[in-house]
Write a protein that binds this ligand. Sequence first.
Ligand SMILES: Cc1cc2nc3c(=O)[nH]c(=O)nc-3n(C[C@H](O)[C@H](O)[C@H](O)COP(=O)(O)OP(=O)(O)OC[C@H]3O[C@@H](n4cnc5c(N)ncnc54)[C@H](O)[C@@H]3O)c2cc1C
Length: 420
Amino acid sequence: MENLKTRCVIAGGGPAGIMLGYLLARNGIDVIVLEKWPDFFRDFRGDTIHPSTMQNLYELGLLEKFLKLPHQKTRRMVGHIGGEEITVADFSWLNTRAAFIAFIAFIAFIPQWDFLNFLTAEAKQFKSFKILMETDATNLIEEDMPPDDKGVRRRKVVGVKAKNKDGEFEIRAELVVGADGRHSTIREKSGLELVETGVPIDVLWFRLSTKESDPEQSFGFIDDGKVLVTLDRGDYWQCAFIIAKGQFDAIKEEGIERFRLRVASLAPFLSASTIELKDWDQVKFLSVSIDHLKTWHKPGLLMIGDAAHAMSPLGGVGINLAVQDAVAAANALVPAFKKGKPTEEDCAQIQKRREWPTRMTQRIQVFMQDKFLTPYLKTHGPLKVPWILRLFQKFPPIRWLPAHLVGIGFRPEHISSDLA
Ligand SMILES: Cc1cc2nc3c(=O)[nH]c(=O)nc-3n(C[C@H](O)[C@H](O)[C@H](O)COP(=O)(O)OP(=O)(O)OC[C@H]3O[C@@H](n4cnc5c(N)ncnc54)[C@H](O)[C@@H]3O)c2cc1C
């Protein structure tokens, strides 16, 4: 394989990497994205596109085209707690606060691979964009920097080592971006310090067919020590069964039939469909983790998305935070590339901008896990609706708050006018 040279190399073709690649290429910055799989079609990894991301697509003139892709719209998050129906969030209230998103006051459910294929096809229209599929970023290339004022020599990242079916090669770049997800190779090779937050839950994902008689919108079912999230994906329900950490082996030992009963007792409308679960191979195990890097950068390297801060699936905000990181990074990096080379200070500014929203979101996820989910998983027998959720029933306008936190989040990013 021939060695390559570019201005920016991005390891990882997930929402963070593809969005950043698109934005750099759109602004004439040569960029190569490396994706280790041959396509974007893989196991379920979340497929919610929130108003914050749709706002960015709108600013880029891509929203209309994006919404032509098959998707489902969800305007309310409805939970069933102890058999009672409670509306927890109402995205249509976002209208009143943010007129600019009046027409996108919903969550769009769209397979992540459709979103990534869409964005990649748009990016490929720019000759500055190159994506190498089936190419693994295996290591960083580092070189000594000249000594600083105190005589200390630091190392600078000047590219990545990569591998594909034809062999190993190097890509030299002015900036390497690690966007290779929660098990990031780039992060591991960089030596940047990761701080992990203990998480008390794991998730079992599976699909069940929908029927015409199914309820229209039902996000969650909580009762008798069990928690089930059901996401309407048109002809199937994407189900997430939340369990206490480390319990999967014990659940498996009880057998798939017992598991089917657990699901059906919580959401009786799924009873007939649960028969489709015949084997544990149909149930994907997700070990939930929440972590963050203390520092997202070092000379020549910037980390974004899950590689910088793995999110819990609670609220389904991971894709959207990854996109927000990419937008903030592009807003800072495009002018820096246009002036010369991005500096470590530019990368520090990106961390400064994005660290607070991600850490706040993670704190809320931890709070929800500790205060609600874990106690629910321990409460056997019928459950009472907590008073705080009763408030959401009594005063519908306050459903705006969870809708805002999930749909838009803290410090939403906008495409800077130079980039748009
Ligand atoms: C089961 C599950 C359900 C989820 N549900 C939701 C949801 O409903 N809504 C939501 O918003 N978020 C959800 N999330 C979280 C969301 O998927 C992530 O937060 C989001 O995808 C992060 O984007 P990213 O680009 O940072 O990383 P990723 O999406 O992980 O992308 C990283 C990419 O890098 C590639 N890669 C990895 N290593 C290398 C390497 N060495 N070289 C080259 N390429 C590499 C990977 O193949 C991948 O394509 C869920 C996550 C999981 C696991």
